[in-house]
Write a protein of this length. Structure first.
Ligand code: ATP
Ligand code: MG
Length: 270
C-alpha cells in the first residue's frame, strides 16, 4: 500500500490534465475574460506569461469547455513545416486531405472561399507559439484577417518574444492576456486544493503560513517550480516514514525539508 506521502507526492507530478485543473480567482477571471473575447469580433488573442505560469493548462481547459459549442482545435506542439501546418488546419477545419504540398497562397484561397454562414468562427489555439518562425506568424496573421478563422496564441514571454509580439501583432492582437506567478495566498490555495482533490486531507493541513511563505520565496509562486519542489518534498517524507519515522513531525511541514527539496531541485544552489 502506498503511504499518504507517496500519494501526496504524485499529486505534484508536472502534467497538464484538465481533470487536475484548480480554480484560482485570478485565473478564473482571466478565463472568463478570454471566453468573452472569443465571442467578440477579434481576430487574434495573445496569451503570454513566463514558463510554468499555467498557459498550457489554461488552453486545455478552454479547449475542453468550448468544444461542445464550437469548432475549436488545440495544437500543443507547433507544426513547424508550413505545408504541414496548412494541411493540418485544412484537415481539421474543412476535412480536406492533401497528399502533396499545400502552400500559403493555395490555402488562403481555400479559407477565403469558405462561407461560414451563421456559424461561429472556428478557433485554433497554438501553444508554444514562440517556436513558430516570424514568417509563419505573419501568415497566421493574414489568415486571421480573413475573419474565417480566429487564433489564440500562447507564448512564453522573454525579451525576444516580446519583440515578436510587437512586430507582428501590434495592431492585430486586440486582446492580450497575461498569466502570472501565484501570490502567497494563491499558492496556498493551489497546494491545498490540489491535495484535497486527491483526498490527501492530512498533508493538506500540514502547510502552515511559515511553510507557504518559504515555498513562495523559493519558487516565486511559479506553478511548475512549486510542483517540482513539493514533489521532492513528499518524496523525502515518504523515504523518512519508511526508514526513520521518528524524524517526521506529521503535524506540520518542516522548513528544513523544504530547503532540502529546494537544493535537490536546484532552486537553491548548494
Ligand atoms: N490552474 C491550474 N490548475 C492546476 N494545475 C495548474 C494550474 N496552472 C498551472 N498548473 C500546474 O502548473 C504546471 C505548469 O503549467 P503549464 O504547463 O500550463 O505552464 P506553461 O505556462 O504552459 O509553461 P511553458 O511556458 O513552459 O509551456 C502544470 O503542469 C500544472 O501541473
Ligand atoms: Mg506550456
Amino acid at each position: 500500500m502506498s503511504s499518504i506521502y507517496e500519494d501526496s507526492r504524485d499529486v505534484f507530478l508536472d502534467t497538464v490534465n484538465t481533470k487536475d485543473y484548480i480554480q484560482l480567482d485570478r485565473v478564473s477571471l482571466l478565463y472568463r475574460s478570454l471566453k468573452e473575447s472569443i465571442k467578440k469580433p477579434l481576430k487574434m488573442i495573445l496569451l503570454y506569461g513566463k514558463p510554468g505560469t499555467g498557459k498550457s493548462m489554461f488552453l486545455s481547459k478552454l479547449h475542453e469547455s468550448l468544444s461542445s459549442s464550437q469548432q475549436v482545435y488545440l495544437y500543443h506542439t507547433p507544426i513547424l513545416d508550413e505545408s504541414e501546418f496548412f494541411k493540418t488546419i485544412a484537415q481539421d477545419l474543412y476535412g480536406m486531405e492533401y497528399s502533396g504540398e499545400l502552400n500559403f497562397t493555395q490555402f488562403m484561397k481555400v479559407v477565403q472561399n469558405r462561407d461560414l454562414g451563421d456559424s461561429i468562427i472556428p478557433l485554433i489555439m497554438l501553444d508554444e507559439a514562440q517556436l513558430y518562425s516570424a514568417a509563419l506568424m505573419e501568415k497566421i496573421r493574414l489568415l486571421s484577417d480573413t475573419r474565417k478563422v480566429k487564433f489564440v496564441i500562447a507564448l512564453h514571454k522573454t525579451e525576444k518574444e516580446d519583440l515578436i509580439a510587437k512586430e507582428h501583432f501590434q495592431t492585430r492582437i486586440w486582446e492580450s492576456i497575461k498569466l502570472e506567478n501565484a501570490s502567497r495566498l494563491e499558492l496556498k490555495i493551489y497546494i491545498q486544493k490540489k491535495l484535497l482533490k486527491a483526498n490527501c486531507f492530512d498533508t493538506a493541513n500540514m502547510f502552515t503560513k511559515k511553510s507557504i511563505n518559504l515555498i513562495h520565496k523559493l519558487t516565486d509562486g511559479n506553478y511548475r517550480d512549486t510542483n517540482k519542489l513539493i514533489y521532492t518534498l513528499f518524496d523525502i517524507y515518504s523515504h523518512y516514514i519508511e526508514n526513520t519515522p521518528h524524524l517526521i513531525n506529521s503535524n506540520e511541514i518542516s522548513n528544513k525539508y523544504i530547503e532540502m527539496s529546494a537544493i535537490h531541485t536546484g532552486l537553491i544552489n548548494a
